[in-house]
Design a protein around this ligand. Structure first.
Ligand code: 16G
Length: 167
């Protein structure tokens, strides 16, 4: 069992999961468990084979200080990944050599939407980010999801815009 981070950081939330599902960190073998198929419900994934997946997994797991917390929900009977959300920690010199957090790649399988799984994943990431001690936590989302994310304490950062270049 090769996990991206220490599972004890999120184990207290398992009791909020409906029977038949397991909450856990992403594992090295989750390429075989459909993690990328799930992500393809969010955006373009491309061709990433087992070997490439494992290399990327190891480099993310072994960051120092730790920067990646990929949380997944797996179906207990076949280990298939049905939901996921990632907390990325960006380490800084500013804010007393502190860090900011970013919530990324939040996806719940189409078949399981409407069960508050996305809410739980978001609460978990906010909790983790607070434990780590981020000075701010941010995310990007579609217009229609703004009310959803506002319910976890996010708001538009007035006067501080998000700009992007796509390549
Ligand atoms: C959304 C995601 C972001 C993801 C991006 C992918 C959340 C909160 N936001 O903005 O994490 O990386 O979609 O779309 O999950 P893109 O391929 O257009 O960058």
């Amino acid at each position: 069992k090769d996990e991206m981070f220490d599972s004890s950081l999120i184990s207290r939330f398992q009791k909020e999961i409906e029977p038949g599902y397991v909450l856990r960190p992403l594992q090295m073998n989750d390429h075989q468990n459909g993690y990328l198929d799930l992500l393809s419900q969010l955006t373009s994934v491309g061709d990433v084979d087992d070997e490439w997946f494992e290399k990327r997994f190891i480099s993310m797991r072994d960051t120092n200080p730790k920067a990646y917390y990929v949380v997944v929900l797996a179906d207990e009977k076949n280990d298939r990944i049905v939901a996921s959300a990632t907390l990325v920690i960006e380490w800084k010199f500013i804010h007393q050599a502190g860090c900011r957090g970013r919530v990324e790649d939040v996806v719940v399988d189409e078949q399981l939407r409407g069960k508050k799984i996305g809410s739980l994943l978001n609460r978990i990431l906010v909790h983790l980010a607070q434990q780590i001690g981020v000075y701010k936590l941010s995310l990007e989302c579609k217009d229609k999801l703004i009310p959803f994310y506002e319910s976890f304490g996010y708001k538009k950062d007035e006067g501080n815009n998000f700009l992007v270049q796509r390549f």
